[in-house]
Design a protein around this ligand. Structure first.
Ligand code: SAH
Ligand code: SF4
Length: 345
């Protein structure tokens, strides 16, 4: 196993069988995390990128079985921020020092590119990089949003098991999701993808293929989160993923995509106190604190147990900064675009 890890650390290549071994062998845990931490240090350094997350609508036309925002969930009140409120949250985040804003929502058709474009243009005047995470759109819509100022896009593939994806995301097509990712790349976005870990019916082999998929796509960002069963969904009684397995997936992603931006995800911290700080020591280099007002946070319930529900944006920023400094790292002061190490890949 140490041979496999040494190879991964030097060549950034692993086979599916080797990935499965590292996902399952109990003896792999400690050396895998240490290798991912070294690769993170070598390629992206000790600075942690902070991205301010604005959850601007919890209205969704999709019905993903795992997600609390699914359209059939009648248990949550729905909201949609107007442009001025989004701008206000953006301004406050910029004042707090954020250099990147991530705008996330359900697939809310009211936010057409025509409606979003002026908001993006105004937000760009704050001198921030802009990331969108608003689901599947046509190539033309992605092009219009890019022209309006969006720099990056997050769209998790969720799982590379096509049959499982289409079972869990009824009415959606896995091929279309891949089409979206390819269009986004071609349009010049920095593209983030990622997967859920611990979905019912997900195999460890398919998780290994998830990591190979991120590498094949040459993803600029990869967010891995444990699946956390939501009581308001059809998967309420499923088992869910573990913190450890999510960390292994993340560490392997660092080994295969050494210069990618990899967040320590909020869902990880839901399962493990200080989980994001542990993740930062196992391959991650990004944290995405919430900059949405507390009134709305409670309604943006993808999964139960969401952290920091009652904290104001300024509190989240200082809390996360203190924790980052507490593990001997620093907060980046720039926009945190991916710095590709072409010669070493
Ligand atoms: N609608 C957009 C963005 C919002 S959902 C989209 O689907 O791309 C953002 C992410 O939340 C999803 O990609 C999914 O991976 C995650 N998510 C949804 N339900 C979850 C759950 N029960 N546990 C953990 N993560 C979940
Ligand atoms: Fe909607 Fe995204 Fe949740 Fe699916 S994962 S129901 S698309 S918010």
């Amino acid at each position: 196993m140490n041979t496999i890890l040494a190879k991964a650390e030097q060549t950034h290549q692993l086979t599916e069988a080797e990935l499965v071994r590292l996902l399952t062998d109990p003896d792999a845990t400690v050396p895998l995390y240490a290798a991912a931490d070294r690769v993170r240090q070598k390629y992206v350094g000790d600075q942690v990128e902070l991205r301010g997350l604005i959850e601007f609508s919890n209205i969704c036309k999709q019905n993903c079985l795992y997600c609390g925002l699914r359209r059939d969930n009648r248990q949550i009140p729905r909201y949609r921020l107007d442009g001025e409120t989004i701008l206000e949250f953006g301004r406050r985040a910029a004042e707090l020092g954020y250099k990147t804003l991530v705008m996330q929502s359900g697939e809310d058709e009211a936010f057409s590119p025509e409606r979003l474009a002026p908001v993006l243009t105004e937000l760009k005047k704050l001198g921030v990089a802009l990331t969108l995470s608003i689901g599947e759109k046509s190539r033309e819509e992605y092009a219009a949003l890019r022209a309006a100022g969006a720099d990056r896009y997050l769209l998790r593939i969720e799982t590379t098991d096509k049959a499982l994806y289409e079972k869990l995301d009824p009415g959606m097509s896995w091929d279309n999701r891949v089409r979206c990712l390819r269009d986004l790349k071609e349009l010049g976005y920095e593209v983030g993808t990622g997967s859920l870990v611990g979905l019912p019916g997900q195999t460890v082999e398919s998780m290994a293929r998830d990591v190979l998929f991120f590498q094949e796509l040459d993803a600029d960002m990869v967010g891995i989160g444990p699946f956390i069963p939501n009581p308001d969904t059809p998967l309420a009684s499923a088992d869910g993923g573990t913190f450890d397995l999510a960390c292994r997936m993340m560490a392997l992603t660092r080994l295969l995509l050494p210069d990618a931006n990899i967040p320590a995800t909020t869902a990880m911290e839901t399962l493990q106190p200080d989980g994001r700080m542990l993740a930062l020591q196992r391959g991650a280099n990004v944290v995405m604190p919430n900059v949405t007002d507390t009134d709305y946070r409670k309604m943006y319930m993808l999964y139960p147990g969401k952290i920091c529900l009652n904290d104001a944006p300024a509190d989240c920023r200082s809390c996360v900064t203190d924790k980052i400094m507490g593990i001997g790292r620093t907060v980046s002061q720039n926009q945190g675009f991916r710095r590709k190490h072409r010669s070493e890949r």
